[in-house]
Design a protein around this ligand. Structure first.
Ligand code: MYA
Length: 632
């Protein structure tokens, strides 16, 4: 009895006023309500989520999508893929010239023709509709080759199929698929038209509008879009516009985003000249204008008012492709750096003998390994029908774009003056890479998305617990489960979630470290929920560190899974992979500890205030505040 009373005391404390404060209000991201709105609106707790990252926010390990490493290709799919790899590689070696494309600021005609002939523009369209019918894993492997050779071409291909017509594949009805997929497979370009001058990261704030014509047969589209990849080439566009809809709750007419399939031939569609860019120059980027464009009502994609979710799901669905492409880019950079380091002699030695160079090469290799592993893990899970990959896909995009930038930069550093020379090829790659941290959702906004979505999920569990207390008799299982967890934690007997049994025996040490940090992470999230309540959405210094911790946790789990697979299959590279997984996890777990400390420690929180003040001073002054030391 005593024990039960003690358990209830502790749980009641968790239900404190601070927790109530969190549970009764809705967080706000960028001035708008976010997923946490579900809490405010007292929506039921979300269904159990199988995402590894999502569950880490509760301090739990949901292992199904991580261990064992997904292997989803059938023999037949593997054979099909093998038949495509050689011609694709040969095409990039013999036909496509990335420097020529870069100088021309368009894909050279013979290359473009070759890409259409290869089927590179229609990798995932079903075969009966004119495509190659590849799954996500097969797609990832081919995209990796594209990324290894020409990122500009990658964007022409990606803007077409990863986002341009992906909406038709994912949300199109039978008629829409039958009408448009054969066309985008046989020479007509597609584009994804979301961004506007006043709407970048805040995708829901677009102003382009479509209103129903009087006869109800068409939507009339007006507005403009900027920075549209393939915008000057596309005949078929997925366009997002505000449409008036009736709010079922109030009966009032409000604007909601709707997705449309728009053909240039509908009339009223024009575009600006190709933008002058830092990199990916051969891809066409242009403004697109819509002037009273009549869109047949049957071209609404995914339902009136559902456009925001259509847009987000298209982006979620394509993000792993970026990780796949950039793992190929990193391979190219590493090869260039290693070719140089193993031939260059300085101070009487080959420079790859020096620790300074070895550390660079090791870090570059680990970053490539982790990125590649993320890409294939996510594509494998998607191919197995997973719907719970959004956070992982967002992380893979951020991780890959930052890793590739670092790897390219370090390759240049290893090569010294030679790396800076244009003919080495790294200069173009670096210019091409810069945009990857910005488009398809900036890494900054995706970090907030990961942190806030995870916090919301953890918060919903706490809310469920609060609800359970309203009828304890009916919810004893839940209450006792949570209560005992808190009690053992309180008395210091808590044990981290188990991962050790999921990895190869050689990696148990690393898995133990990971499990410990997942436990600490879950506890930190709970403390944050209780401390900040709805205010957490405005704490971006903290949210960024939470996101960074999830990147390190997810990347380590992925590396341990991949290396475990290699070890258990006794593959030729197993020992090397083991070294990478161990070294990566150790460093990543150190970073997690530091990030969690920063979130919790007073002096670090105070430093966030200082940095906020510094930024305000600089912004008020319109630049650097102080004079130079000479004061002249
Ligand atoms: S394309 C344009 C890029 N632009 C963006 O990515 C926009 C970034 N902004 C956002 O992602 C959102 O606006 C954020 C949401 C994250 C800020 N998945 O009130 P809300 C739901 C599923 O929070 P916001 C380009 O760059 C949410 O749960 N659902 O919205 C071309 C809520 O649902 P409910 C989501 O304050 C590059 C509702 O929506 C998601 O605006 C070319 C409202 O949410 C999500 N992610 O904040 C690249 N987010 O109402 C070429 C929100 O039920 C490709 N929700 O509560 C290259 C390919 C690689 C190479 C390939 C080679 C072949």
């Amino acid at each position: 009895m005593l024990k039960i009373a003690r358990i209830f005391q502790i749980v009641e404390r968790v239900q404190s006023a601070q927790l109530q404060r969190f549970l009764s209000t809705a967080p706000v991201l960028c001035g708008k309500t976010v997923q946490a709105r579900a809490v405010a609106e007292k929506k039921p707790a979300p269904e159990e989520d199988l995402s590894f990252v999502m569950n880490v926010f509760k301090g739990q390990v949901e292992s199904t999508q991580i261990f064992p490493f997904p292997k989803t290709l059938t023999e037949e799919q593997r054979e099909t893929l093998e038949m495509m790899i050689d011609p694709t590689q040969k095409f990039f070696e013999e036909v496509n010239d990335p420097d020529k494309n870069d100088a021309l600021e368009k894909v050279a005609d013979e290359s473009l023709k070759g890409l259409w002939e290869l089927g590179a523009f229609t990798l995932q369209v079903p075969q009966d509709l004119g495509g190659l019918g590849l799954n996500n894993t097969q797609y990832a492997r081919l995209v990796e080759i594209v990324g290894a050779n020409d990122l500009g071409v990658g964007i022409v291909l990606g803007a077409h199929q990863s986002i341009g017509f992906k909406g038709i594949l994912l949300f199109g009805n039978k008629e829409q698929k039958e009408k448009y997929l054969p066309r985008v497979s046989s020479g007509e370009f597609a584009a994804f038209c979301l961004t506007e001058p006043s709407s970048g990261s805040d995708a829901g704030s677009i102003k382009t509008r479509a209103v129903l014509s009087e006869d109800g047969k068409h939507y009339i589209l007006n507005g403009s879009k900027i920075w549209i990849s393939n915008g000057g080439l596309a005949e078929i566009m997925t366009v997002f516009a505000q449409t008036p809809v009736q709010d079922p709750k109030t009966g009032k007419t409000i604007d909601k985003v709707t997705a449309f399939i728009v053909e240039r031939s509908f009339g009223g569609v024009t575009n600006g000249p190709p933008e002058k860019k830092m990199g990916i120059k051969c891809s066409n980027t242009a403004e697109v204008y819509y002037d009273n464009v009549p869109i047949p009502v049957e071209n609404v994609l995914g339902g009136v008012g559902n456009g925001f979710k259509v847009a987000m799901n298209i982006l979620n669905n394509g993000r792993f492709g970026m990780a796949a492409a950039l793992s190929g880019t990193m391979k190219t950079c590493i090869k260039k750096a290693v070719d140089f380091a193993t031939q260059r002699t300085q101070f009487g030695q080959r420079i790859d003998n020096f620790g300074g160079i070895q550390e660079k090469i090791a870090k570059m290799s680990m970053l490539q390994y982790v990125t590649e592993s993320m890409a294939y893990m996510i594509s494998g899970n998607m191919d197995s029908g997973s719907k719970h990959y959004h956070l992982e896909a967002a992380i893979s995009k951020c991780f890959a774009s930052e890793a590739a930038w670092y790897v390219c930069d370090e390759a240049i550093q290893i090569m010294g003056g030679m790396g800076f020379m244009k003919h080495t090829g790294l200069e173009r790659i670096m210019r091409d890479l810069r945009i990857f941290r910005i488009f398809e959702g900036t890494n900054d906004i995706l970090r907030l998305f990961v942190a806030l979505t995870g916090i919301q999920y953890a918060g919903a569990s706490l809310r469920e617990l609060q609800q359970a207390f309203k009828n304890p008799a009916a919810n004893l299982g839940l209450i006792f489960g949570e209560a005992s967890k808190r009690v053992v934690r309180k008395v210091g007997l808590s044990s981290p979630p188990a991962i050790e049994h999921l990895v190869h025996r050689d990696l148990v040490g690393a898995a133990t470290m990971l499990a410990k940090e997942i436990d600490s992470f879950g506890q930190t999230i709970e403390m944050i929920l209780i401390k900040y309540g709805k205010g957490i959405v405005n704490e971006q210094f903290i949210l960024n560190r939470i996101a960074n911790a999830t990147f390190d946790i997810f990347s380590s789990a992925v590396a341990l899974s991949r290396a475990s697979m290699a070890l258990s299959e006794n593959s030729d590279t197993a020992t090397h992979e083991k070294l990478m997984a161990q070294a990566w996890t150790l460093e990543a777990m150190d970073r997690v500890k530091i990030n969690l400390q920063y979130i919790l420690r007073g002096q670090n929180l105070d430093n966030f205030q200082k940095m906020s003040a510094i930024s305000k001073n600089v912004c008020t002054a319109g630049g650097v505040v102080q004079l130079n030391p000479l004061k002249i």
